[in-house]
Design a protein around this ligand. Structure first.
Ligand SMILES: Nc1ncnc2c1ncn2[C@@H]1O[C@H](COP(=O)(O)OP(=O)(O)OP(=O)(O)O)[C@@H](O)[C@H]1O
Ligand SMILES: [Zn+2]
Ligand SMILES: [Zn+2]
Length: 802
């Protein structure tokens, strides 16, 4: 094999294919599929991935590969195949897909260098700059000289050449290790010769003689309570030897987690796990939907399935939502499987992530627990893939490649012939519908552990509070319930949904929300021209000055933040100790963990937070959960608004009364009659499912229809409108009659970073040629995209409609 097929690091339509490169003889036999290489491309050198090795090329005069970046492949053959599939599925560039599967540090960095070709002839100012060196970095030129015209002339005159160097960002952490460099009797002799004053040096030698093992320098210095200064002479005399050895950056301390063993399963856990174990045994690919109420013990089912996988000598991938990847969650996996577990979490530093990834790549671990991108873990013998809280929208990547981790999981599960388990108390309508149709295998756990009752939910109508003259954000019911808990020393979780405030308009008197007459979603308020707009169909109207329903003038847009709640709490219950958890208080590394530990140690009475506290927390002493504004999600311009509200209310309620003490939930709402609020308060998923499905059917949304969202953006508004209109016309011409194309209409975010955004939405049942057509449309606009900074984003299966 002397020719390599390479995908190059240039994300553009013309370069989105493989290029053939000759393998120079010095690299013959050492280049393998899945390695990163450096190749000449136009005037520069860039990074590329080797997809295949062949003997023949249809092109002659091939350029040669310049260098290798890896010793062993970073992508397995399975992942290479997956990357190609992913690009086709999501209409992304191959290079973006491959890079999405790898840790950030494996992305190439490009550095420009100026090389001096003739030190005699270069102008004098360059002579001083180069100061006799063959080359300098471009950065140094910018800093010290910066005259581009002169540089360009020197390049034209052939005196200076620009060379692009591809660099790897990988860094490997090394630590200094100290060992004896002579036999024991020689060291003892040396000890006798040491001067009396060199007490610390003597201690060092004694210590190493006693322990006779190489030791980490830091540990050694600490043990002997000294510094490098006393070590240095011993190294210089050759009595001791220092070496540098690779270590992993360990974000999670070893041995910190007490080991747990499998719990005897309850009957319903037993029934749920059996089909999974059968699939494992028969090496069959099935997708299981584990529908288990909060606190039903889903995690134990995962753990014992994984146990089985490990015993078979296989590997497990577990996805949990980013915000649920709490220390508590990590502990449950590390507690059971110890150092067999790698954790991939966005809060880790780039270096830590790289090290965790290498443990997987080197097969030093058997389990990876991580957020979305952990689905690309380079295991080669996957035995199970688990997606916890499968309804979470963070499993969809909102950037190139726009993939959903569930789809990737199922694709990999098929390849490895292994089960995929989707778990949730509130599955997505898509998944539950598939389970009902028998595409997925439904496993149900309807009871909590030890048949603990679900907490009772009180719906408090905030309109009535207002009528009673209570204008605070806490209802009388919630206030009393909190006081009661404070007295008893029990704990409270207060939940506020931060997202989507101030966008929809609601009457505070009667709870009326203004919606689009055609789309069943709330209209969005635009402060600038005082208008309400629909972001699906371009319908708009004037912001009314009084409620169309009850003629009250208290109609206004809606919203409040956690900080405001904290202040209000301090006034209402001055004696309560409050921990606020939101993006602001958890920005620093480790702060998330610190706050939760404080709460677990009962150093606070109230945990106040956003989405972050809705998932996965398991505190026995929490007996009250308060939801401050249950409606805030309900009126987002998103057809999934009701589903999201139902999910969130169920998850938040699930935090109360999980152990011995019974729980209570107080939900404050302006629309207590809404079916998603009502049914969440009754824990009636099935009923919610059937109500919501009816609506989806009549308004033609998923899971009955598929959606494609195309968003166009550019600095020139007229251009954006024109391009979007053309796209709509092309789609109308080439897609089938039954397919509906909505738009062009301004995107909900009409301008981002000075770029205007327009969109159109395709609703379809069956469009086998859609990808091909959209690809053609993209090619049609290619030169505008390349030269005029036009951006066309295509999202097949959009989750984020804002
Ligand atoms: N077989 C068992 N025997 C005893 N205790 C168990 C068993 N299985 C689970 N538990 C305990 O029950 C509690 C709830 O379980 P777990 O957190 O796994 O539920 P879950 O279904 O994942 O809930 P959520 O969806 O709310 O995260 C945990 O404290 C767990 O340790
Ligand atoms: Zn509309
Ligand atoms: Zn009203």
């Amino acid at each position: 094999m002397n020719i390599a097929k390479v995908v190059v690091d240039v994300p553009a339509t013309q370069t989105n294919r493989v290029f053939d490169y000759k393998i120079p003889s010095k690299f013959q036999g050492s280049i393998h599929k899945g390695m990163r290489v450096i190749v000449p491309f136009g005037p520069r050198k860039i990074m590329g991935f080797v997809l295949d090795l062949v003997n023949e090329s249809e092109f002659d005069r091939l350029k040669e590969i310049s260098d290798l970046m890896d010793v062993t492949p970073v992508l397995t053959e399975e992942l290479l195949d997956l990357g190609e599939w992913l690009s086709e599925e999501t209409l992304s560039f191959y290079i973006s897909s491959f890079q999405a599967m790898l840790p950030q540090v494996l992305k190439a960095k490009y550095k420009k260098e100026l090389h001096c070709l003739s030190s005699d002839e270069i102008p004098v100012e360059f002579k001083t700059l180069f100061a006799g060196r063959d080359f300098i970095t471009y950065d140094e030129f910018v800093e010290r000289e910066g005259n581009h015209a002169k540089l360009q002339k020197a390049i034209r005159d052939g005196l200076i050449e620009v060379i692009y160097q591809v660099q790897s960002r990988e860094t490997i952490k090394k630590q200094s290790v100290i060992r004896l460099n002579k036999e024991a009797h020689l060291i003892e002799e040396a000890l006798e010769d040491l001067s009396k004053q060199a007490a610390k040096q003597r201690q060092l030698l004694h210590y190493l003689l006693e322990h006779s093992k190489p030791i980490n320098q830091k540990t050694l210095l600490k043990k002997v309570n000294t510094t490098r200064a006393s070590l240095k002479p011993l190294l210089d005399q050759g009595l001791l030897l220092e070496s540098f050895e690779e270590v992993y950056r360990e974000p999670y301390e070893k041995g910190k987690y007490p080991r747990t063993s499998p719990l005897p399963l309850t009957n319903q856990q037993e029934e749920a796990i059996q089909p999974i174990l059968n699939a494992l045994e028969n090496e069959e690919h099935h997708v299981f939907l584990l529908h288990g109420v909060t606190g039903s013990g889903k995690t134990e089912v995962y753990l014992q399935s994984i146990q089985e996988v490990i015993e078979k000598g296989q590997e497990a991938i577990v996805l949990v939502p980013e915000i649920a990847l709490t220390p508590q969650m990590v502990e449950r996996f590390k507690g059971r499987f110890g150092s067999e577990v790698a954790v991939l979490h966005s809060a880790l530093s780039a270096g830590e992530k790289y090290d965790e990834w290498r443990k997987i790549q080197r097969k030093q671990v058997k389990v990876v627990v991580g957020a979305r991108s952990a689905i690309f873990a380079p295991f080669e013998n996957v035995g199970i893939i688990i997606i916890d809280e499968e309804h979470e929208t963070s499993y969809k990547q909102e950037d190139h490649p726009r993939y959903h981790a569930r789809d990737v999981a199922i694709y990999r599960g098929e390849k490895h012939r292994c089960p995929v388990v989707l778990g949730s108390a509130t599955p997505t309508l898509e998944s539950f519908a598939r389970a009902k149709k028998g595409v997925y295998h439904l496993l149900s756990m309807g009871n909590r552990m030890n048949n603990a009752t679900m907490p009772t939910v009180d719906l408090v109508d905030m309109r009535e509070e207002l009528h009673k003259g209570n204008r605070t954000m806490f209802s009388i019911r919630l206030k009393e319930a909190m006081e009661e808990r404070l007295k008893k020393g029990e704990q409270i979780v207060l939940f506020l949904n931060r997202r989507g405030y101030s966008t929809f308009v609601m009457c505070r008197d009667c709870g009326y929300v203004i919606e689009c007459p055609h789309c069943d979603i709330a209209l969005t308020y635009h402060r600038k021209n005082e208008r309400l707009k629909c972001h699906y169909c371009a319908y708009e109207e004037k912001m009314p000055s009084m409620c169309p329903e009850c003629e009250s003038d208290t109609i206004r847009y809606f919203g409040t933040g956690t900080q405001k709640v904290e202040e209000a709490l301090a006034e209402l219950l001055p004696e309560a100790r409050v921990i606020r958890m939101d993006v602001d208080t958890t920005r620093r590394k480790g702060s998330h963990e610190r706050l939760l530990t404080q709460f677990a140690r009962k150093e606070a009475d109230i945990l106040l937070g956003t989405q972050m506290i809705a998932k996965g927390l398991d505190f026995g002493n929490v007996t009250l959960v308060g939801v401050l504004a249950a409606d805030s999600l309900l009126h987002l311009p998103d057809f999934r608004a009701s589903e999201k509200t139902f999910q969130l209310l169920t998850q938040v309620s699930g935090r109360a009364g999980r152990h011995a003490l019974p729980g209570e939930v107080v939900v404050q709402t302006y629309t207590p009659e809404h079916y998603s609020v009502q049914l969440a308060s009754q824990y009636d998923y099935e009923q919610f499912f059937s109500e919501e499905m009816k609506l989806r059917k009549s308004f033609q949304y998923p899971p009955y229809y598929f959606l494609t969202l195309i968003t166009v953006s550019h600095v020139n508004q007229v251009k954006v409108m024109e391009v979007t209109r053309t796209i709509v016309q092309l789609l109308q011409k080439h897609l089938s009659q039954q397919t509906r194309i909505l738009g062009p209409t301004p995107s909900p975010l009409t301008r981002v970073k000075d770029r205007y955004r327009f969109q159109c939405m395709v609703k379809y049942k069956n469009e086998p040629n859609q990808r091909k057509i959209i690809k053609k449309i993209l090619t049609y606009f290619e030169s505008d995209i390349q030269k005029n900074d036009l951006l066309i984003q295509v999202d097949l299966q959009p989750y984020q409609l804002m």
